[in-house]
Structure formats: structure tokens, C-alpha cells
Design a protein around this ligand. Structure first.
Ligand code: ZN
Length: 157
């Protein structure tokens, strides 16, 4: 198994989601299930008891889409239709990739994984790795190794 995958799995091991009946971590004073849970926001607690907001790259993409929808409404005074270009002011594809990379870094994703995403153009996670071909897995692993080579980090563990 590629080294990077093992690391990603270990990271998730000691974490648990915040319970729905607990006070919402956003500080609203409501229970989580009556607050951020309804908005699809997830929190998790690590082994030290620190609660952090769980951010998935997908969720960030949704946020970007929602932002674009709002901008569209502001500019044109109506909801975008099926034929409208919602990314009317969107930077080229590479920029969208950069936005995603930044979102991943802020979410605490292993920088080597972010680098691998930039190199390969796909995101390898524990959820989707079974869908990946051997060639893709090898490509991902090579990118992770390359990152460690470039940054003089032979892998901390
Ligand atoms: Zn909340």
C-alpha cells in the first residue's frame, strides 16, 4: 500500500464526530442537531478533545458554486438558468485547481497529498481509492514521493 494512504488513514483513526445532542461547536448555544447539523456542517473531535470543523474538498466546491450563484443573481438580477454560464467571471481551470488546493491546505490535508492532487488532477481519499486504477495509485504515490524529495522530507514516520 502506498505510504501516503496509510498516513491518511491513521490521521482519521482517533477522531470522532461531535454528537448531535451536544452544544453546537459554533457557539450558538443551540444543540448541534438544531444548528450547524442542519446546514450540513460537520465537526469532529480529536484525541486531545479539540473540536475542529470538518471540511471536505467537495464541500468547498459546493461553497464555490453557491458563491458563484449569488454573484450571478447580483449581476443579472435573476437565478441562473440551465443555459447560463454560472462561471461567467471564473478564472481558468488552473485557478479553480489552485482554489481547491488552498482549501485542502486550510482543511489540514497533508501537503504531500495537496501536491499530489496538483500533479495528478485527482484526489485520492480512503473513500475513493478502491475506484482508482493501479496506474492512478502509482501516479499518486510517485507524486507524494516527489513532494518529499523536493522538500527534503523523507517521510516523518
Ligand atoms: Zn452551530
Amino acid at each position: 500500500m502506498p505510504r501516503s494512504l496509510e498516513r491518511m488513514e491513521t490521521n482519521e483513526k482517533d477522531r470522532e464526530p461531535v454528537g448531535r445532542k451536544e452544544p453546537c461547536p459554533c457557539g450558538s448555544g443551540k444543540r448541534y442537531k438544531n444548528c450547524c447539523f442542519k446546514k450540513g456542517i460537520m465537526y469532529e473531535r480529536d484525541e486531545t478533545g479539540t473540536v475542529s470543523r470538518l471540511v471536505h474538498p467537495d464541500e468547498d466546491l459546493e461553497k464555490i458554486l453557491e458563491e458563484q450563484r449569488k454573484k450571478f443573481v447580483e449581476k443579472f438580477g435573476r437565478e441562473p438558468g440551465p443555459k447560463d454560464e454560472i462561471f461567467f467571471d471564473m478564472p481558468p481551470a488552473e485557478h479553480l485547481e489552485a482554489i481547491l488546493s488552498e482549501a485542502m491546505k486550510q482543511a489540514g490535508v497533508d501537503p504531500a497529498a495537496v501536491y499530489a492532487f496538483e500533479k495528478t488532477g485527482f484526489i485520492l481519499s480512503t473513500e475513493n481509492k478502491h475506484l482508482m486504477s493501479d496506474a492512478q495509485l502509482a501516479e499518486w504515490d510517485a507524486a507524494v514521493d516527489e513532494y518529499h524529495r523536493l522538500h527534503g522530507d523523507p517521510g516523518k514516520d
